[in-house]
Design a protein around this ligand. Structure first.
Ligand SMILES: [Zn+2]
Length: 126
């Protein structure tokens, strides 16, 4: 890794904080989903609203889950000493980009290629 240890430490702290927050918000999303599902005596209109809410909660849970796996992957790369390097091309990810997206496994070039479908996203494919 090319970035200096103090910078890396700062990213590690923010990633760990984020990991905790995501774990907590996912737990509460699941609990809310259960409460919604458990509430039985409803008329049709209420049920429609509730099933919509349930879907929202579950989809939030899903994207939270993806986010959490990215954060955990970043923490793993911190342990391995490869944090800050693009997992596709190995180039150092710019500091500004890491500050905005500390969990990102890709440099800006590879991210664009993934969005354009030029290369496969191994994180999503995994
Ligand atoms: Zn790259």
């Amino acid at each position: 890794m090319v970035h200096n240890p103090e910078t890396i430490k700062r990213f590690e702290e923010s990633l760990r904080r984020q990991e905790r927050q995501l774990e907590q918000s996912m737990l509460s999303a699941v609990e809310q989903g259960r409460e919604v599902a458990a509430d039985a005596a409803l008329d049709a209109a209420d049920q429609a609203v509730q099933s919509y809410q349930k879907e929202m909660l579950f989809s939030q849970g899903t994207s939270g889950h993806e986010q959490l796996s990215l954060v955990r992957l970043a923490l793993k790369r911190l342990d391995e000493g490869t944090y800050g390097d693009c997992i596709h091309c190995g180039k150092t990810i710019g500091l500004k980009r890491l500050e905005a997206l500390p969990w990102t496994p890709y440099c800006i070039d590879c991210r664009e290629k993934i969005e354009n479908g030029e290369i496969e996203d191994p994180v999503r494919a995994a």
